[in-house]
Design a protein around this ligand. Structure first.
Ligand code: IVH
Length: 725
């Protein structure tokens, strides 16, 4: 729509925002878009251009801000207005009828009970908090994950990127839905199947392990520290609860769903109010076959008493409400024959047995492989090659073998599964560490491990070395392209099928490897690259430029790239923020003095297991030598840490209770910006406890240890003048 002359830039910005919000609603909530993508983009581009000219007019609820600011410091823990509970399950009709009976027995016999049936979406639950915005609107203030049910994490910047979550709701819509200006919506975040498949395709090209199922992928995505990555993933949210001050706002679940829909939230279209348990069973019967057609995963049906008054009287048992139950569908299963077992060596040297199956169709998908996890699992199943097995496909990409079908077990000619004693790739003897179930190849130069390490190191989101993909890595490790194509039918890499009467040879590369360690990629020359197949001048130059550029990758990415066990994206970021340089981190891995705080486990995200993995990594000579070589190659290992003040340098604060004006997030930012640290628990080392209303055990502990306690005013004075009042 052209800009009309009468409109000021400010008015035009408002018009555009309203229009975009309307079209987003039609597209994401109603599934009935009227604009083409290009028309939508044109509106968005015009708005972006106007906002770039008038940055003072940018507001957080502008649709341009869906890809918003970065949650710089990880996520802030935030309490829920009332606990986010889980549900009890029923697995069959008898259990469901027993629940219905219990529920009706608990209510006066004169009352009828209506139920609302909703699909049980297989995602993660989320709480959205709305607060008064301009001109009688309500705007999205916060989005909080379930966490442990009582305290979740503030993932607002990521939630903003979910297009089916309204950033603001205008006064007219609020009125139509009967909503106040301040309220809370709870619902389920899911990753649609198409987005999930796309994500795993991307992960595969980056040489990363695929996400096991859409739920894990959605949960990982919502906790990603890069909102623009979240935006690309296309999460979706279905709303099902509406609260104010922790209390259900409307008198029925059915009217709640309607109000949510009117207000612009996405509400699952299959939800129905029904009169009795027979109708519930019919709903379930009709819902089960939908599973394979929906485009998102469901794992059952949730049944809720419709009347909120009845819900209140029914109350809760332990962690679940009496007024709701989850009817879980049986996992989709099929029976087929185990044809063989392949053993794969992963990046950390872990050997994974993968079952190769006679192809079988389960719930519309042809299954050819299933995971067998580890030797213990094989023993537990008592499975042999040639056996018929029952295979289940949950939401997971890799199906599971659940049992051997007894009447068809061990047919004549079946063979025991022989776990290799040596790495299928490099032939090094495998090791089983104490207390671990997995066998590992401990050869740090194992080509299978190196191949996976290189892929991980070069991948997007890690060192971002574009062009250093699977095919090139294989060549750098000494394979020809022809060999690679031969093995390409093995979807998963580093796979060798071992059958007892077919001894395999240790792999002999057909040409000399150019790379024997991650550090070697920094020594590659153009002349060397030109000796490889399908590498010309141009691609050699661009690869070398990419490798050069990666030298200035920030510390968090290098830490991620090193492949330290248990150190993922988030922990790598935390470590980089906390220590600022690799040397400081390495120094912190030296064992703490007796009685001293462990500088690693003191950090919020780092538990004893992660700390041990970090210590193991940095006490290994090969790893230290690798780091030295990377340093010599010119890697900077520098942190993207913001400049910090020094007022609070060396001081550690613990926050507790609710402060009169500062949110926890802001208080934490202020402390860190002044060079201080925030810790989760009070110890002798704590410099100050910053306490607000309803401070709990942390305040008691501070008092008993004699740690000084500040209120907000004293804290602000200390921040300003460096003195306590
Ligand atoms: S109601 C106290 N409704 O299932 C009420 N939950 O097993 C609990 N879920 O944590 C939530 N679809 O993450 C509700 N239509 C639905 C749901 C649903 C999926 C999830 C939710 C919850 C879990 C409980």
């Amino acid at each position: 729509m052209p800009q009309t002359k009468a409109q000021s830039p400010e008015q035009r910005i408002h018009t555009l925002r309203d229009e975009i919000a309307h079209h987003e609603y039609l597209y994401y909530v109603d599934d009935a878009p009227v604009l083409t993508d290009a028309q939508y983009d044109a509106l968005m581009n015009e708005l972006k251009a106007l906002e770039a000219e008038h940055p003072d007019l940018i507001t957080p609820d502008s649709p341009t801000q869906r890809v918003g600011g970065k949650p710089k410091e990880g996520f802030i823990k935030t309490p829920h207005s009332r606990p986010m509970l889980s549900l009890d399950n029923a697995y069959n009709e008898a259990e469901l009828r027993a629940w219905d009976q219990r529920l009706r027995d608990a209510l006066p016999s004169t009352e009828t009970v209506r139920y609302v049936c909703e699909l049980k979406l297989d995602g993660l639950s989320l709480a959205l908090h709305y607060a008064p915005g301009p001109k009688g609107s309500a705007h999205l203030e916060r989005g909080i994950t379930r966490g442990d049910g009582t305290i979740g994490e503030d993932v607002t910047s990521n939630v903003r990127t979910i297009r089916s979550v309204p950033l603001s709701i205008d006064a007219a819509k609020l009125a139509a839905a009967g909503l106040p200006l301040t309220f809370e919506v709870r619902g389920e975040v899911v990753l649609p199947e198409a987005a999930f498949l796309k994500l795993n395709q991307e992960r595969e090209t980056q040489g990363l392990a695929p996400a096991a199922n859409p739920r894990n992928a959605a949960a990982g995505t919502i906790r990603t520290l890069e909102p623009n990555i979240v935006a690309q993933r296309r999460l979706d949210m279905y709303a099902y609860f509406l609260l104010r001050d922790g209390e259900t706002l409307l008198p029925q679940q059915s009217t709640t769903l309607e109000a949510l829909r009117t207000a612009g939230f996405r509400v699952n279209k299959y939800a129905r109010a029904v009169d009795d348990i027979d109708a519930v069973l019919k709903f379930i019967h009709d819902a089960e076959p939908l599973r394979d057609t929906l485009g998102y995963e469901i794992d059952g049906v949730v049944i809720k008493a419709d009347s909120i008054a009845q819900q209140r009287r029914l109350g809760f048992t332990g962690k679940a409400p009496r007024w709701a139950i989850a009817y879980k569908f049986a996992a989709r299963a099929g029976i087929t024959q185990l044809l063989g077992v392949a053993f794969q060596t992963g990046r950390t040297g872990k050997i994974t047995p993968v079952a190769e199956l006679q192809p079988v169709s389960i719930g519309g998908t042809t299954v050819t492989r299933a995971t067998l996890h580890n030797p213990d699992e094989i023993a537990r199943l008592g499975v042999r090659i040639g056996d018929f097995v029952s295979v289940e496909r949950g939401g997971d990409v890799i199906p599971k073998i659940v049992e051997v079908v007894e009447d068809k077990a061990h047919p004549r000619g079946s063979e025991a599964i022989v776990f290799p004693t040596n790495c299928p790739r490099c032939k090094t003897a495998l090791v089983r560490e104490e207390g671990e179930v997995d066998l590992r190849c401990v050869n740090v130069s194992c080509p299978a491990r190196l191949e996976e390490e290189l892929r991980h190191f070069a991948s997007r989101g890690v060192m971002n070395i574009e062009g250093l993909g699977e095919a090139l890595i294989a060549q750098l490790l000494g394979h020809t392209l022809a060999e690679q194509e031969q093995t390409a039918s093995h979807a998963i890499d580093s796979t060798t099928t071992v059958s007892p009467d077919e001894p395999t040879e240790a792999e002999t590369p057909t040409r000399d490897a150019l790379v024997h360690s991650i550090a070697d990629i920094y020594d590659l020359t153009k002349a060397q690259l030109l000796t490889l197949e399908r590498i010309g001048e141009k691609s050699a130059d661009s690869l070398l430029a990419q490798i050069e550029r990666s030298k200035s990758a920030p510390l968090n990415r290098v830490l991620l790239g090193l492949g330290i066990r248990h150190v993922g994206e988030r922990t790598a970021q935390t470590l980089a923020d906390e220590f600022g340089s690799l040397d400081t981190l390495i120094a912190a891995t030296e064992a703490p003095a007796e009685g001293a705080d462990d500088p690693l486990t003191r950090i919020n995200d780092v538990g004893p297991k992660v700390a041990e993995a970090i210590r193991d990594f940095f006490s290994n000579k090969t790893n230290l030598a690798l780091i030295e070589r990377l340093r010599k190659a010119g890697l900077t290992f520098t942190s993207e840490r913001r400049e910090r003040g020094t007022t609070f340098a060396g001081l550690t604060f613990v926050l507790t209770g609710t402060l009169p004006t500062l949110t926890r997030e802001v208080a934490k930012e202020k402390i860190e910006a002044a060079g201080g640290k925030v810790s989760g628990s009070v110890s002798k080392k704590t410099s100050y406890v910053l306490a607000g209303e309803e401070a709990g055990s942390k305040l008691d502990k501070a008092n008993s240890l004699g740690v000084p306690v500040l209120d907000e005013a004293a804290f602000l004075a200390l921040l300003k003048d460096g003195i306590t009042t």
